[in-house]
Write a protein that binds this ligand. Structure first.
Ligand code: UD1
Length: 358
């Protein structure tokens, strides 16, 4: 495996950067393309540093996936064993306001990538899907066979891409496609050197808690306390981002299996945690009080979502290891070291560009 080259789209983002680090330390040559729309090149520099001697196997290109000539050029110069495709817009509310932006970016980007892969005979893909494709699940845990329904344009892009991949596989069974449905990734690399740094107002629970903890926002709004759950707040399956990154390495190994064709796997822990439980765990880890206000339910939010993890355990030989307390500890470690994310003056000074990777 040591010299295989992997292309990672969206590798400078939150899940992408953690996965790129795991790829490098697992011995893969890793080429990242990212348009830096919701990510930072500083993340790439830090990944390179964290990877130590393996950091030299990382190269980065600031490219938008829809730029076909640029993509062709990258494929012309490197033979890729597989592509891990993360890039895409992911804010649910924005997708409702700007559906065309989401369809253009996520669908055209993916189609362009698949065309360029096909033109170069690279037919191994790992795709970032999402538990969002289960919509409001009628039954939990969600298994890979559960009914699918997208509740918004963002979710529909994930669902459409799953279908597009299936059609491509049906037409040409030389393709090997693994679709990973992520549940709710949180936490950060235990070094506290890379983590989630969303641009603008965060949509998701943990980035919001994190910004309240460092005083960037005064209060966390809890969307509904009248759900039929343990304490009335919404329940989700939070998974440590490092566990999720490891799931991608397991998926890459699975692509080597001659029997693999088109396969879908949930990546979650199989355990549900409520909003109040998460706030309590974060307060314990950080020693900070998180002020709350209760508001109405957020439109489109499900009550309880958590994964069945059996298929991934059985077939990918992968299982999440980190607990909620671990996730909160590592989240707090990241945010307390980087209260302004990647853009703080301190972090820039501490992490001078080593060059030679662009
Ligand atoms: C959201 C998206 C989903 C996407 C996923 C991961 C919506 C409707 N769904 O899912 O499509 O795949 O993120 O990116 O946006 N909460 C609060 N206050 C907040 C934020 C969240 O109480 O400020 C609650 C929510 O109501 C929910 C839980 O926290 O019960 C988790 O929310 P979030 O982190 O946004 O994840 P999802 O709702 O699972």
């Amino acid at each position: 495996m040591a010299t295989k080259a992997i292309l990672v789209t969206g590798g400078a983002g939150y899940i992408g950067s953690h996965t790129v680090l795991q790829l490098l330390v697992s011995g893969f040559k890793t080429v990242v393309i990212d348009n830096l729309n919701n990510s930072s090149e500083i993340a790439m520099r830090r990944v390179k540093e964290l990877a130590g001697e393996f950091g030299n196997n990382l190269s980065f290109h600031k490219v938008d996936l829809r730029d076909k000539p640029a993509l062709m050029q990258i494929f012309d110069t490197t033979m890729f064993e597989a592509v891990i495709h993360f890039s895409g817009l992911k804010a649910v509310g924005e997708s409702v306001q700007k559906p065309l932006l989401y369809y253009n970016n996520n669908l055209i980007g993916t189609i362009t990538l698949l065309e360029v892969m096909a033109a170069h005979g690279c037919k191994n893909l790992v795709f970032s899907s999402s538990a969002t494709v289960y919509g409001w699940p009628k039954e939990v845990p969600c298994t890979e066979e559960s009914p699918l329904s997208a509740l918004n344009p963002y979710g529909r892009t994930k669902l459409f891409i799953e279908e597009i991949c299936r059609d491509i596989y049906r037409a040409d069974p030389e393709w090997k496609m693994i679709l990973l449905r992520y549940f709710n990734p949180i936490g950060a690399h235990p070094s506290g050197y890379i983590g989630e740094d969303p641009h603008g107002v965060p949509n998701n629970l943990m980035p919001f808690i994190q910004q309240v903890a460092v005083g960037k926002r005064p209060v966390l709004t809890v969307f509904g306390n009248d759900y039929n759950t343990v304490d009335g707040t919404g329940v989700r399956d939070y998974i440590h981002v490092v566990d999720l990154a490891e799931g991608h390495i397991a998926a890459l190994h699975k692509l080597e299996d001659s029997k693999i064709g088109y396969e879908v796997f949930n990546l979650g822990t199989g355990k549900g945690t409520s909003v109040f439980q998460m706030v309590a765990a974060f307060e314990k880890a950080s020693g900070k009080k998180i002020p709350l206000v209760i508001a109405d339910r957020r439109p489109g939010d499900a009550e309880i979502v958590y994964a069945s993890t059996e298929k991934a355990e059985r077939e990918l030989n992968w299982k999440a290891k980190y607990s909620i307390d671990d996730m909160c500890r590592d989240q707090w470690n990241w945010v307390s070291k980087n209260p302004y994310g990647y853009e703080s003056p301190e972090s820039n000074n501490n992490n001078a560009d080593n060059g030679c990777y662009t």
